[in-house]
Structure formats: C-alpha cells, structure tokens
Design a protein around this ligand. Structure first.
Ligand code: PAF
Length: 284
C-alpha cells in the first residue's frame, strides 16, 4: 500500500492507473476505521478497482462547538487495517495540504440540507460536499463508496454528482452493525459502557418500527412515535425522528413507496444517527 500526503502524489497515482486502463474506486473517510469503512474498501476491491482510501478529518464540516479537536484519530492502526483489506493508496493529507488558506470558494447544498441533520448542524453538509468534490477532482474516481448510515449525506452527495455533472458513480453500501444492532461509527468510542447500553435503544426501536410497517402499520406519525418513546424510555434525548421519501428526503404521512425512517438522538454528549428502509407489507 502506498501512503500519500500530497495532492500531487494522489493525482499522479490516479493518472498512472488511468493510463494503465484500470478503474479507480475511492473510499472517503475521516479515519478511526471500523468494519463499516472496511466493508466499503472490500466492496471497491471486489468491483475490481484500484482502491484509494482517504483519511481526512475535515474541519469544514464541524461546527464551532462540535468535536473536531477530540474526533478520534489513530493513523498507525488505520494504516494496518487499510492495508489488510487491500487498499492500494492511502491518502492522508495534512489540513494545510487540503486548505493551504481559508477557502474562498466552497459549495453550498440547497434544500436537501434544510431539514434533519442539516437543521441541527448548520453548514455541515456544505463542508462535506466541498471536501468530497475536492477528493473527486483529485482522484477522478470511477466509483466512490459511502455508507447508508449517513443517509442524508449519501443523498446529498448523489445530488452533487448529478447537479454538478461529476462523472463518478456514487455507490451506497449497507450499514454495518454491532451485535446488538448499534450502527458502527467512530464516535461510538465516546460512549461510556452505560451510555453504550442505552444507545442500543435506537437500532432496536428502528427495527421494531420496520417490523410494524411490514405488518401494515403505515402511518408515519405512529411509526415515529414508537421510536421516540423507546428513545426517551432509554434516557436518550431525541433530535429528530422522521419518515421520509427515499429520493428527496421529504416527510410523508403514510408509507406507500420506498421510505426511510431516520432518527438522531443524543446520549450523554454523543449524537447518534441511524436509519432503516421501510417498505409496507414486504420483508427485506
Ligand atoms: O462520512 C464521512 O466520514 C465524511 O463526512 C466524509 C464523507 C469522509 C467527508 O469528510
């Protein structure tokens, strides 16, 4: 595995592979890798790509009172894990490489960022699309791999690709979960053992609502209430619980087509997000 810290090195690695007629798969991450990230790299690898993974804790997507400084970082452990799953190039640029000066031009997400995580984290998705567009320009990947756990992020990146005519195909990959259902996240490390137990209420409640939907309970308010109640019984404070259409993330009153049940809650100081697909009357 090659390790690159500069944009020039990353660009010339990608150009070399394009000249050799190899396709490029990109896995953007902020590091502190877990099985979720590794599943994205394996998916890229099994698609036959030369695989680049970026590890960059992007200051632009953190609010002033958020956890940029304490976001978990462990590069030497990450390098071992990335190499083991067959990453060909690990891109680990220092902040000054990506932002040699405060950026004068950034991207702004439209209405897709108005609600849900976008409402609680103003500017967050603008920071995400700005860094992802830089990574797409640097690597010009054929495909880029993102987890469905960050469902709003996935939809926004797909919209960026469509609206700004990137030629990269965005591949959404299933959420990887711990044994008790908690979605894997680098931030789970902030949870104390007691908070960790309470956090399992979130996937439990989403799974219960999905089951109810399959049994024919399709009213969004009732499904959301199941989740809200379970979260507050577990002592988690609810940020939002919403049943939305998969394509535009607009809320629905009734599940009649492909929908997502999305939720965010805070346990201690840790914000958890998760979502499940809802399909009325059908198992998945
Ligand atoms: O999902 C993440 O880890 C980040 O938001 C991403 C896509 C790597 C951009 O910094």
């Amino acid at each position: 595995m090659i390790r690159a810290e500069t944009i020039d090195e990353a660009r010339s690695w990608a150009a070399g592979h394009r000249r050799a007629e190899r396709t490029i798969g990109l896995v953007p991450t902020m590091g502190y890798l877990h099985e979720g990230h590794l599943s994205l790299a394996r998916r890229a690898k099994s698609a036959g790509h030369a695989v680049a993974m970026s590890i960059f804790v992007n200051p632009l997507q953190f609010g002033p009172r958020e956890d940029y400084d304490r976001y978990p970082r462990d590069l030497s452990r990450d390098e071992g894990l990335a190499e083991r799953v067959g990453v060909d190039l690990l891109f680990v640029p220092p902040v000054e490489e990506m932002y040699p000066r405060p950026p004068r031009v950034t991207l702004k997400v439209g209405s897709l960022a108005d609600r849900w995580c976008g409402a609680s984290r103003p500017g967050h998705f603008d920071g995400v699309v700005t860094v992802v567009s830089k990574l797409f320009h640097i690597f010009r990947p054929d495909e880029a791999f993102f987890g469905e756990k960050d469902y709003q992020q996935l939809r926004i990146i797909e919209a960026m690709v469509r609206d700004l005519n990137f030629s990269t195909r965005v591949v959404g990959c299933p959420t990887v979960r711990e044994e008790d259902g908690l979605a894997m996240s680098s931030r789970n490390r902030y949870l104390t053992p007691e908070q960790r137990r309470r956090a399992a209420a979130l996937p439990g409640a989403l799974a219960e609502a999905r089951r109810l939907c399959r049994e024919g309970h399709t009213r969004a308010d009732e499904l959301a209430e199941v989740v809200r109640r379970a979260l507050s019984n577990a002592g988690c404070s609810v940020d939002y619980v919403a049943v939305v259409r998969e394509d535009d993330l607009e809320p629905v009153e009734k599940v009649t087509g492909p929908c997502r049940l999305m939720a965010a809650a805070v346990v201690g100081e840790t914000r958890l997000i998760d979502n499940v697909a809802l399909v009325p009357g059908r198992g998945d």
